[in-house]
Design a protein around this ligand. Structure first.
Ligand code: FDA
Length: 392
């Protein structure tokens, strides 16, 4: 059967591409091998879908070419998506500054996208893997168990490798390679970090201990947010964010008392409670279990009056630049995103069309564009889907 555009992947970016192309009167077919569309949308934001971030700027994205995302993001802003959300009367709220979540359920976002697809005549076929793609004079032919579909435009919207149980596959990278595209090395992003050996033993038993705010620093970037000790390592928003900048061997530091004059706080502790043990004073600044562990392993505790100014200054400096040696990440099983992917140098930043194969488009996470935590990845999916949807 003939279409104007075939979109492979019924996730965020694929559905947005289909909606925009359908609204332009294009005959669009969306194919997905999964039994449900938009599984990640359903899972996202703890079931409430953090569908955009009103503070989105290109600086919220990683990729080898930091300029690539600019054009698409400028042409489809968070406010465009909010307009669609409001048109469908979906109630939402702002959580942290800029992060918009559904009041009720992420199901409503998926329902909205599927309703928009239906309204613009888009055909969606689930449980339909594409077994072979061929490029010919008239465009592309896609072989599937339902038969062969062809179209002059083919959009690859199959996402990255994170969470294989939600349908993730390396299909998009294989198609890119089939048409001569470079695929930059991929790795898990927005993912908890693991500790091992003596580094794990030192923090053993702290699972569940949470710090409401730390500053995590690595690879020239830093994020201030919550941290959580897990059974295997560290997690929480600050760690998920910094994980995208961390690789084995990269120095990872934590300011355990961000925004605080830690030396002054310790001096004050000495003045007010000279007979108290250091661990007691530290327990006033950090969760008790963590403070006690730090004292057991690194910062021997004695009565506060025995500390000289220089010692307190030294301890404060350590607490605000605490090295933590991660051994790896929890991997694609739990990662929210995949870093790396189809090299953007060979894709038009305005249309998302391949510079190597006319009519072939790449949108969403399959590209080497990865957002920070907080609704930015969906905003990229909407914006890149819109750009391709305008061009197919
Ligand atoms: P996406 O992964 O959404 O879709 C790809 C589609 O292609 C899937 O439907 C898949 O089945 C299909 N597919 C794959 N291989 C195929 C093949 N071989 N043949 C046919 N179809 C194939 N972001 C954000 O901004 N806010 C949030 O709240 C969250 N929360 C969140 C939670 C969890 C648990 C995860 C894993 C991720 C998030 N994210 C997020 C990230 C966000 O979900 C992600 O960046 C986007 O869904 C990417 O959209 P894409 O459409 O590119 O891929």
């Amino acid at each position: 059967m003939e279409f104007d555009a075939i979109v492979i992947g019924a996730g965020a970016a694929g559905l947005m591409t289909a909606i925009v192309a359908g609204q332009r009167g294009r005959r669009v077919l969306v194919l997905d091998h999964a039994n449900k569309a938009g599984k990640k949308i359903l899972m996202s934001g703890g079931g409430r879908c953090n569908f955009t971030n009103t503070n989105t700027t290109p600086a919220n994205f990683l990729g080898r070419n930091p300029h690539f995302c600019k054009s698409a993001l400028a042409r489809y802003t968070p406010w465009h998506f909010i307009e669609m959300v409001e048109k469908h009367r979906i109630k939402y709220h702002e959580k942290s500054p800029g992060q918009l979540f559904c009041d009720e359920s992420s199901k409503l976002i998926l329902r909205m996208l599927l309703d928009e697809c239906a309204a613009s005549g888009v055909r969606v076929e689930l449980n339909t893997p594409v077994t072979r793609i061929r490029a010919g004079e008239g465009g592309f032919g896609c072989d599937t168990p339902l038969g062969r579909f062809s179209a002059p435009s083919l959009v690859i919207a199959t996402g990255g490798l994170s969470i294989p149980s939600l349908g993730a596959s390396g299909f998009g990278y294989d198609v890119a390679k089939q048409f001569g595209h470079a695929v930059l090395p991929v790795r898990a992003g927005l993912v908890p970090l693991t500790l091992s050996g003596k580094h794990q033993e030192r923090y053993d038993g702290l699972a569940g201990v949470a710090l409401p705010e730390v500053e995590a620093r690595a690879g020239g970037s830093h994020f201030r947010d919550a941290l959580l000790f897990t059974h295997r390592g560290i997690s929480g928003p600050a760690i998920l964010q910094i994980s995208s900048y961390w690789e084995p061997g990269v120095d990872l530091r934590l300011d355990l008392l961000p925004g605080m004059d830690a030396c002054e706080a310790l001096r004050q502790g000495r003045e007010e409670r000279p007979a108290a043990e250091f661990r007691t004073v530290l327990s006033g600044l950090l969760p008790r279990r963590l403070a006690e562990r730090l004292c057991e392993v690194w910062l021997p505790s004695k009565p506060m009056r025995q500390y000289r100014d220089a010692e307190l200054k030294d301890i404060a400096a350590q607490l605000q630049d605490w090295p933590i040696v991660a051994s790896g990440t929890e991997g694609y099983r739990t990662a929210e995103v995949t870093l790396g992917g189809v090299d953007t140098d060979e894709v038009s930043s305005s249309t998302l069309m391949s510079k190597r194969q006319p009519g072939l488009f790449f949108v969403g996470e399959v590209l080497d564009v990865t957002g920070h935590l907080g609704g930015y990845n969906f905003q990229w999916a909407w914006a890149s889907g819109n750009a391709a949807g305008q061009a197919v």
